[in-house]
Design a protein around this ligand. Structure first.
Ligand code: KG4
Ligand code: ZN
Length: 349
């Protein structure tokens, strides 16, 4: 296939993003050149509410999309694109619809074909976006996707063939970060705040549980995750040990101990799957992969076991449209029929 320029639109949660990506190469050796990737964050709008308010997200997306497109058009001729890609799910329904409607209008105006993309596949393929990565000899691979809404472990036989080994049975890892941050009176989104506090704290100060981790006593391989109990342990710990005044002195230790529990679970399950299935590499992605402590601990463990480790460059960890363009290109290479242009908040991978 000749190189294609894909203009992608992402509005599944609280980031409005449009990207233009030049995509070329085959399924085994694809290349992505990110020409533009603009992300407009709505953190300030949602912060007073302690989380994302779907209708406010919708309002902001409607406001931001034309502004971002205008910015992109300044130094890039949008008439030169080959395809328009848009996230159709999973995500917040009102937010998803704004991107879909915008993409449909643009596709009609520019007379370009439209591709519907799964947001989780976007995260999965965000690992292919970084420049200068050697993607030869990667498979089989374990891919762990950790975001605000999902935590899943995949066994990938190739870039487009995979099997889900496990996923969260309750809260996603990012959701647990956000909820624990709220308990510690840290602002939304909680992940980066917990990471900052954890750098000042002691990660062995409190021994929080490591849910669903196999142990010599319980050796059964289980690749599902559960973070709800861990979150409740933090809540009870705070309730039982401190009054409000004291909490200030222990926030950092609680944040570090909680973060370590999440990292231990994610890293050990990933490594155990990589060993069981004798994979050549491990790929980490999703918003939580922005956590440097997690990346470094997982990288170290994976490399120690003789496997390659990949995580996206920082601009592609949290939601962005460049990863949606990459996922669309993989769909096009496979000649997959496009997903329906209807918001599907529960779309699975
Ligand atoms: O992938 P993403 O941008 O959106 C979803 O698809 O959900 O992930 C957002 C999640 C939030 O829960 C946020 O707290 C978490 O990723 N996150 C982090 C960090 N940066 C973002 N979690 C831990 N450490 C971080 N540095
Ligand atoms: Zn996401």
């Amino acid at each position: 296939m000749k190189p294609k320029i894909i203009l992608a639109i992402e509005t599944s949660c609280d980031d409005t993003s449009i990207a233009a990506v030049k995509c070329s190469g085959s399924l085994t050796n694809p290349k992505f050149e990110v020409l533009k990737n603009i992300v407009s964050s709505q953190i300030k709008i949602h912060r007073p509410f302690g989380g994302v308010v779907p209708n406010l997200a919708k309002r902001e997306h409607i406001k931001n999309l034309p502004k971002i497109l205008k910015l992109i058009s300044k130094d890039f001729d949008v008439k030169k694109i080959d395809y328009i890609a848009v996230t159709v799910g999973p995500g917040l329904e009102p937010a998803l619809w704004t991107g879909i409607s915008f993409a449909q209008e643009l596709a009609a105006k520019l007379k370009k074909p439209l591709v519907g993309v799964n947001h989780m596949e976007g995260h999965l393929y965000s690992n292919w976006l970084a420049p200068a990565k050697n993607f030869k000899n990667l498979f089989p691979a374990i891919s762990i996707v950790v975001s605000g809404g999902h935590t899943m472990l995949l066994l990938m036989q190739s870039a487009v063939k995979w099997k889900k080994l496990g996923e969260t049975i309750d809260d996603a890892a990012g959701e647990a970060f956000d909820k624990v941050a709220r308990m510690l009176e840290l602002p939304y989104p909680g992940g980066p705040e917990i990471e900052k506090a954890a750098l000042r704290g002691n990660s062995v100060a409190v021994k929080f549980p490591r849910p669903l981790l196999s142990s010599p006593k319980n050796p059964q391989k289980n690749y599902d995750f559960s973070f709800s109990g861990l979150k409740t342990s933090v809540l009870y710990y705070i309730r039982d040990h401190f009054n409000e005044k004291d909490l200030r002195n222990f926030k950092d230790d609680i944040a570090a101990s909680f973060q370590q529990a999440v990292i231990d679970v994610l890293t050990q399950k990933t490594l155990s799957a990589a060993k069981q299935f004798k994979t050549k590499s491990v790929m980490l992605s999703g918003g939580v992969s922005a956590n440097k402590t997690l990346r470094e601990i997982m990288r170290h463990a994976v490399e120690q076991s003789g496997k390659k480790f990949f995580a996206p460059s920082f601009e592609f960890n949290t939601d962005n449209a460049a990863m949606i363009a990459a996922a669309a290109y993989f769909d096009l290479l496979q000649k997959k029929p496009s997903l329906k242009f209807e918001a599907d908040s529960n779309l699975t991978i």
